[in-house]
Ligand binder design. Structure first.
Ligand code: URA
Length: 242
């Protein structure tokens, strides 16, 4: 009898999602609908474990081949765009990571914003971290053109309307005696959100650094990156996949 290593065994829904066709949740629906076969037999058991080296898995009669997912944490420098390519041929965050597979950024940071940014080729991972429903925390250090007043701190914590939708910071602390540097926390991911919130009250953001994203901190030097650990990746699915 051939021995099967534990790491070769994958839950059927994860195996399907890893192919990039759909999410784990949708995969479960397909399994329950009897659309999935393993070695030509319909399997409706969600906890079924597939041997990724030997088993042949099909969805609606089409063979499924999982891709290997990769995940990076980058400490983004200023002067780089958060995109996979740029028509003006400016440097992108993807250019900073030496890898052959196609990867994309999870959410975005502005051209001159620095700090923690995740990149992956796993669409489901990215969706979990960018969907507003998941309220993923983001912390920024913000430099302002003038001192932040207590009155405006209160307004930002209560919420103000930007583009007809209320935006809110859940925490604000002042980091400098001149009150021009603050650390803010938000769950929002709208484009230019921090600048627009301050802009709405007449402040201009002169510097922006993302200190943390979903609990990940910029723990590598500026412009450097590292791979996420298995525990970190599983943590994201555990925390955000419902
Ligand atoms: N909010 C902004 O205004 N810019 C960023 O880069 C990130 C959040």
């Amino acid at each position: 009898m051939k021995l099967v290593k534990k790491e070769m065994l994958t839950r059927l829904n994860k195996y399907i999602a890893d192919s990039g066709i759909t999410s784990r949740r949708k995969s479960e629906e397909y399994i329950l609908q009897g659309r999935v076969t393993v070695n030509n037999k319909v399997v409706k058991e969600l906890a079924y474990k597939v041997n990724s080296e030997q088993d042949s898995v099909m969805l609606d009669g089409e063979k499924i081949t999982p891709r290997k997912h990769i995940y990076f944490l980058l400490n983004k420098p200023a002067g780089v765009i958060t995109s996979t390519d740029d028509e003006k041929k400016r440097r992108t965050v993807v250019d900073l990571i030496k890898v052959n597979e196609k990867i994309f950024p999870v959410g975005r940071l502005d051209y001159n914003t620095t700090g923690v940014l995740l990149l992956t080729n796993d669409g489901e991972f990215s969706n979990l971290l960018t969907h507003p429903r998941n309220k993923v925390p983001k912390e920024y250090e913000v430099k302002l053109d003038k001192p932040l007043s207590n009155e405006d701190i209160e307004k930002l914590l209560k919420g103000i309307f930007i583009e007809r939708r209320k935006g809110v910071f859940v925490k604000i602390s002042l980091l400098s005696p001149n009150k021009k540097v603050a650390r803010i926390t938000t769950f929002e991911g709208r484009n230019h959100f921090v600048k627009k919130m301050f802009g709405a009250l007449g402040y201009y953001v002169t510097g922006l650094n993302r200190k943390s994203f979903a609990g990940f901190t910029a723990d590598v030097p500026l412009s450097s990156y590292r791979k996420l650990s298995k525990t970190e990746i599983e943590g994201v699915f555990k925390n955000y996949a419902k």
